[in-house]
Design a binder for this molecule. Structure first.
Ligand SMILES: Cc1cc2nc3c(=O)[nH]c(=O)nc-3n(C[C@H](O)[C@H](O)[C@H](O)COP(=O)(O)OP(=O)(O)OC[C@H]3O[C@@H](n4cnc5c(N)ncnc54)[C@H](O)[C@@H]3O)c2cc1C
Length: 403
């Protein structure tokens, strides 16, 4: 066991993505100083969009950054608008304009990732983020935890939070390197300038076109200046899991041959699309050991089919900060409480996202018709209430006694 210093623990966060910076911001809100170590030479997000669902918006409001973000975001009027692949027949949709705020107290937004990251970063002092620090080792054997960086530097801490993404070195150190499995799926993505995108894609709507073995999602971002396009297709022998790998428009188009021509026009406007393989990882039963824990994609990578990965990282950050604030004398117990609160919810979301890979890709036939009927009969905004209406306060109350 590591010995903890009295008073406030020294906190190190590995990774300056949405999860790591949100953690630094929530910790600061609770009166802690934490140091973020990021391997990149600047804080940046890839050129892509994401959905900020009401559960994420609620936490961003607590951080005091939602209004700033909303200036550059798009307030959606329609969510989860499922359409049939061949002709765009609408199977179901959420009327967010009339219901989202009333049901969940917040709207649903779409944003450019860089805008979300910048909003969160505005709550973290510049001096608390140390760039160009690629962690190559974590030593938990001594009285204090030690992070070793490429280049020979090192840092000591009492608590280490691994927010270092899907290839997490912290997760591998704690629980052993576990190989991801092949999902059979890959994703194409692009940001299309709004002036090159057709009108239907510029609407304030999150639209999903579903068809055999494929589906495609689009929504406007960056105040409507761009349309974010992401599409899922069989991966073949493609296994590169990277935000920076690219494909050609022809490869993208070939996957969606025969789909509604409005969509293929949108793909043609895509420029150079990104492409990456979706790998599969089992949920972890534990996240913490000896003052070290995991957060965000390092803890619970999930298929993006509920658009909740970053939202869950932000919720993790809020819960972790609160647990450490209430358990400042005993961080190891605080970390156990944190994982006890968070693991059931993120595991459920990992499973739900997984199931959508099956459901959204059914071949045309009786099962697909039953699915379409089920979509038509349900209101996704109500069905997803367990995600959007989640009450973090209640989850604290239920786990006060965790030891
Ligand atoms: C196609 C797609 C669409 C998505 N859409 C949505 C959506 O609509 N809504 C939503 O909420 N979520 C969405 N997500 C999920 C979301 O993008 C991720 O869950 C989220 O970005 C994870 O943030 P993170 O901070 O945990 O990890 P990351 O963003 O991966 O950040 C990890 C950071 O750690 C750094 N790092 C890694 N290793 C080291 C090291 N050894 N030393 C130092 N630094 C290191 C990295 O450089 C990086 O900055 C989507 C994901 C995909 C793939």
């Amino acid at each position: 066991m590591t010995t903890r210093t009295a008073d406030k623990p020294r906190l190190a966060i590995l990774g300056g993505g949405i999860g790591g910076l949100a953690t630094a911001a929530f910790l600061r809100r609770e009166g802690f100083d934490a140091t973020v170590f990021e391997q990149a030479t600047r804080i940046a997000e890839v050129g892509a969009g994401l959905v900020v669902a009401p559960n994420a918006a609620r936490q961003l409001r607590r951080l005091g950054v939602l209004e700033e973000l909303a200036k550059n975001a798009v307030k959606l009027e329609t969510g989860w608008e499922f359409r049939r692949w061949q002709d765009g027949t609408v199977l179901s949709s959420e009327n967010l304009a009339s219901s989202c705020q009333r049901l969940y107290g917040e709207h649903t937004y779409t944003a450019h990732r860089a805008d979300l990251l910048a909003a969160i970063q505005s709550r973290v002092p510049v001096e608390d983020v140390i760039l160009d620090r690629k962690c190559v080792g974590l030593d938990t054997s001594g009285n204090t935890l030690r992070l070793d960086f490429a280049g020979g530097e090192s840092a000591e801490a009492d608590v280490v939070i691994g927010a270092d993404g899907v290839h997490s070195i912290v997760r591998n150190t704690l629980f052993g390197a576990s190989a991801a499995t092949y999902s059979g799926l890959c994703a194409f993505r692009a940001l299309v300038p709004a002036d090159r995108a057709p009108e239907f894609a510029r609407r304030p709507a999150q639209t999903l076109w579903i068809g055999p073995a494929h589906h495609l999602v689009h929504y406007p971002v960056a105040g409507g200046d761009y349309v974010n396009l992401v599409a899922f297709a069989p991966a073949g022998d493609y296994t590169t899991e990277s935000w920076t790998a690219t494909a050609t428009v022809d490869e993208f188009l070939a996957e969606f041959e025969g789909w509604d021509p409005r969509l293929t026009d949108l793909i043609r406007a895509a420029g150079v699309p990104g492409r990456w393989a979706l790998l599969d990882r089992e949920p972890l039963a534990r996240w913490s050991e000896d003052g070290v824990t995991l957060l965000g994609d390092a803890a619970h990578p999930m298929y993006p089919f509920f658009a909740q990965g970053a939202a869950q990282a932000i919720e993790d950050a809020a819960v972790l900060a609160r647990c450490l604030a209430e358990g400042v004398d005993d961080p190891a117990t605080a970390l156990r409480r944190y994982e006890a609160i968070r693991i059931p919810r993120t595991t459920k979301l990992q499973a739900a996202s997984h199931m959508r890979a099956e459901i959204n890709h059914l071949p045309d036939g009786p099962e697909q018709q039953r699915r379409d009927q089920a979509y038509a009969n349900e209101d996704p905004l109500l069905v997803n209430g367990w995600i959007y209406g989640h009450d973090l306060e209640a989850s604290f109350a239920e786990t006060v006694a965790v030891r």
